[in-house]
Design a protein around this ligand. Sequence first.
Ligand code: ADP
Length: 368
Amino acid sequence: MSSLYVSNVSKSYGATEILRDINIDVEDGDFLVLVGPSGCGKSTLLSLIAGLDTLSGGEIRIGKDKVNDLHPSERDIAMVFQSYALYPNMTVGQNISFGLEMRKVPKPARDKAVQDAARLLQIEHLLDRRPGQLSGGQRQRVAMGRALVRDPKIFLFDEPLSNLDAKLRVDMRTEIKKLHQRLGATIVYVTHDQIEAMTLATRIAVMKGGILQQLGTPAEIYNTPANTFVATFMGSPSMNLLPARIVRRGGELRLLLGEGAAAIDLPLPPQPAAIDSHVDREVIAGLRPEAIGVEHGRPGAVLRSVPVTITVLEPTGPDTLAALELAGMEVAARLGPDLAHQCGERCELMVDLSKLVLFDAQTQQRIA
Ligand code: ADP
């Protein structure tokens, strides 16, 4: 396994800039997920790492070696595609061993590698079938088996679960995570699915419009998003973004949430000093749905009661999604399943202000 360094990488097709100045370091054993909306450049970046396309600028290193000019076959990476790209006329076993055969690996070693991979992926009973006789999930396993036997420096996955139905996606997601934990492999994984990103990654790179928005652990991305795009892209329902104003009263910083007569005045928990330059300025207050309607404060919680009107309640089983009117604005909340509130009710709910994230209203960047 190996580390991967993407330094100042850019890519243009003619005059069209697809990737701008991307910097990502992937440590040995990291599971990096590239996530972002369709067209943001994720697959292009993966292709550059794989060597399927050439860089317009910057450098890619695998371990100590600069690989910009190396052919894909010389980079010692294995790729699992969305389409699986299996050979229809070969058996599962032949599909898995084909790459090794091309590399002139002797037959006994090939057979052992195929058996080991098949055992790991629990497809030993399928080795004599052809891809056409397999389910989507089984084909996905074969595609992974083909990558596994290579024992490459890095695995690249391009939306490997997007052709599977919802239930199978979740099962295979767990399989991939287990595989990573077992192998300690370095993985770069492309998806547009924020849940896949959160659940699989040790580190997430959020992209938009060919620009890296934030690189961090899932917790960093979720709790301290770099800007309002990352805040709303990650998490479902999205983080509520509410117009607000910071004011200083009696030496204390307070947040005026909302506008006009409906605004609510809340004490601000201790914030970084950078907040001082935003006093008496418009900001955007970010509150996750689960930070509203908190019943049991965890250690460190800063709970304040706020008046709301409940407009919609959607029980999902483990929790209830609610639309609320708060400070004259509609917000989404994730409430406990046993909450004894009715639709249309006016009530007080607890908000955990320690979870509040503030953004500059102009730049949309988090105020750090
Ligand atoms: P993603 O994987 O995030 O959906 P892609 O990397 O596939 O995005 O594409 C990023 C952008 O680059 C898109 O706007 C796409 O139209 C453009 N693009 C991709 N390949 C080419 C190409 N060969 N020529 C011109 N534009 C391309």
